[in-house]
Design a protein. Structure first.
Length: 423
């Protein structure tokens, strides 16, 4: 495996950091169909901010970038890290995975290894992707080429729990290939690896990681709704409960992003195909998906108490990404809050220092304003939706500057000193 030449397919939040760590030890080609992304990386710029320019410069002699799959034909290991979204009916959309498999199959050679990192339900690699590889390559699985699955464990925006510091689950389509893939990842993952006996087990381990977290957060969100009815401070309740050693310390909030808010649907889809309805998992999804409306309803009730009509009101949303200190807007539930306010004919401004207008059009159509503290505009309600460092620094005086008389301050992230209402 020391002579491996690696192609990483898909250079997003998962693929680029993976390509970067492999380029510290191996020759790597990064492939992406987005030509503007390739151009930026060639210039040493990562729009996701997951890999800084200094790191890209350090590995530049070991990595190249291309949107032409023929440039990768010298590689013998292909790692596929493309998105696995859901459609409007919450069903798995495997098109990116199938398309990337077709592309790789077109240049696949004898003894090549294809490793998938994209989150899927158990069985997708061998039942969906392998037949595509066979058809495109005219090669035979486990005779001419081999596969593996090593689920991604990237945490966008996290500079502590980086790819090197998170143990990696690995698997292969034969025992020998499993050992080779495990050895490969051991070369670059400081935290080590955990090899499992089959690709399906590796696939299942990934999809339940995020499903478990989704269910746990749904419980906390439901408790927050109950305690709000009781006029009890949810955060103080959780702080008290967390003094017990085995209490899972989570906070209420929005559940978006490409993982926790999406992956459970892959598992529920397969489960229902097999005739079992996973009521707990689906109920958790419903609770978490309804939190945006709950927050808007609480905002409107607090505005009504102050005789502030919602129609034609001025609303400021601070943060639109799905998590703090990260430009990732995929499946952000803040967008649902914005759309809900607009359904009441409110005027909504959105400010997010991590997002440029050129980056947001795919996920959100209304635009990003410039720093509101540098304007004279006043707002009837302000919703602190994302815990960016810039918003943590806001003082009570800053909120006064932004506010009409008695503005409603809604704190979703527990960072405002004296909000009108806190989740």
């Amino acid at each position: 495996m020391k002579n491996s030449k690696i192609c990483v397919v898909g250079l997003g939040y998962v693929g680029l950091p993976l390509a970067a760590v492999f380029a510290e030890k191996f020759k790597v080609i990064g492939f992406d169909i987005n030509e503007s992304r390739i151009s930026e990386l060639k210039e040493g710029f990562d729009r996701t901010y997951e890999v800084d320019s200094d790191s890209l410069n350090t590995i530049k002699n070991n990595i190249s970038y291309t949107s032409n799959i023929l440039d990768t034909s010298s590689c013998n290991i292909f790692i596929i890290a493309v998105p696995t979204p859901i459609d409007s009916a919450n069903r798995p959309n495997l098109d990116p995975l199938i398309h990337s498999s077709q592309i790789i199959g077109s240049i696949l050679k004898k003894n090549d290894i294809v490793v998938y990192e994209s989150t899927v339900y158990p069985g997708v690699t061998e039942e969906v992707c392998v037949p595509v590889l066979e058809e495109s390559s005219k090669l035979k699985f486990n005779k001419d080429f081999f596969c593996g699955y090593s689920p991604e464990r990237i945490n966008p925006g996290d500079k502590v729990n980086t790819i090197k510091n998170i143990k990696k689950v690995t698997s292969g389509s034969t025992p020998e290939i499993a050992k080779k893939i495990d050895f490969l990842y051991k070369q670059v993952i400081s935290a080590g690896t955990h090899s499992v006996s089959s690709i399906k087990i590796a696939e299942a381990s990934k999809v339940i990681e995020n499903t478990q977290r989704d269910v746990n957060i749904a419980l906390i969100n439901e408790l927050a709704i109950i305690f709000d009815q009781m006029n009890i401070d949810t955060n103080e309740v959780l702080e008290a409960a967390a003094t017990k050693w085995n209490f899972i310390d989570l906070k209420p909030g929005l559940v978006g992003g490409h993982c926790i808010g999406v992956d459970p649907y892959y598992l529920t889809f397969k489960s229902e195909q097999l005739g079992y309805r996973p009521d707990l998992i689906l109920a958790a999804r419903t609770i978490n998906n309804n939190m945006s409306k709950f927050i808007v309803d609480k905002t409107i009730k607090n505005m009504t108490k102050l005789n502030k009509p919602i129609k034609n009101s001025e609303i400021l949303i601070l943060g639109v990404t799905f998590k703090e200190n990260c430009p990732d807007m995929r499946n952000s539930k803040v967008v649902n809050i914005i759309e809900e306010f607009k359904s009441y004919d409110a005027n909504v401004d959105v400010y997010d220092p991590w997002v440029k207008n050129s980056d947001q059009s795919k996920w959100y159509k209304h635009g990003i304003i410039k720093d509101p503290l540098k304007t004279d505009k006043k707002y009837d309600a302000i919703i602190v939706a994302v815990c960016h460092d810039q918003f943590i620094e806001y003082t009570s005086d800053d909120f006064k500057i932004l506010s009409n008389t008695d503005a409603v301050i809604i704190d979703i992230k527990n960072i405002v000193e004296k909000p009108t209402w806190r989740l």
